[in-house]
Design a protein around this ligand. Structure first.
Ligand code: GLN
Length: 198
């Protein structure tokens, strides 16, 4: 049985659990808070929330090292919003703020909270490579912006001309929240592309 883990340190954990549960069945989605729990999953979702909090809790719970090692061995990871920030190799320093320590898993440069105060949240259609039907309803909440994509990553999702999703092999990062739209296509596409067929 394929087990999808949701990193359950901070952020929209129940929403991801429900979104993946709708695709693989609720019993196949496990919350991950410890290295032992991480060892039992075949793929991991790093949810949106607050990237600095997620980063600090990765260190407190002793998960950072185990996670870095598993990612190096090819663990499929989907990072959404704050999850993407935690994966990104390079962050533009936030003005006067603390920033998370990266897992160094995605060759991109991102800037946090880059859509301005008056537009902290919005919804927009996202075009995703290989996805049929209508544009994916992207929910952007205090979203980061992808400023630069290095050689080891490639874009696969766009809002108009702007890149809002990048991947490096089995590591995917999205600036929006696919778990909030009730549309299972991103969860399905991520699992289909990164896990061996059953
Ligand atoms: N602004 C948050 C951060 O920088 C991310 C927001 C989100 O995940 N919705 O961590």
């Amino acid at each position: 049985m394929t087990v999808v883990g949701v990193l359950a340190l901070q952020g929209d954990v129940p929403e991801h659990r429900a979104a993946f549960g709708a695709v693989v069945g609720p019993g196949s989605v496990h919350l991950v808070r410890t290295p032992l729990e991480l060892a039992k999953v075949d793929a991991l979702v790093i949810p949106g929330g607050e990237s600095t909090a997620i980063s600090e809790l990765l260190d407190k719970g002793g998960l950072r090292r185990a996670l870095t090692e598993r990612i190096a061995r090819g663990l499929p990871v989907l990072g959404t919003c704050a999850g993407l920030i935690v994966l990104a190799d390079r962050l533009e320093p936030s003005p006067g703020g603390r920033d998370p320590v990266s897992l160094q898993a995605l060759d991109v440069t991102v800037r946090r909270n880059d859509y301005g105060r008056q537009r902290e949240s919005f919804e927009a259609g996202v075009r995703i490579e290989g996805m049929r039907g209508d544009p994916f309803p992207g929910v952007f909440i205090r979203a980061p912006r992808i400023l630069e994509i290095g050689k080891k990553a490639r874009p696969f999702a766009w809002r108009d001309e702007e890149v809002v999703g990048v991947r490096a092999g089995p590591v995917w990062g999205l600036t929006f929240h696919p778990e909030l739209s009730g549309d299972p296509r991103v969860a399905r596409a991520f699992l289909a592309a990164t896990l061996p067929a059953p």
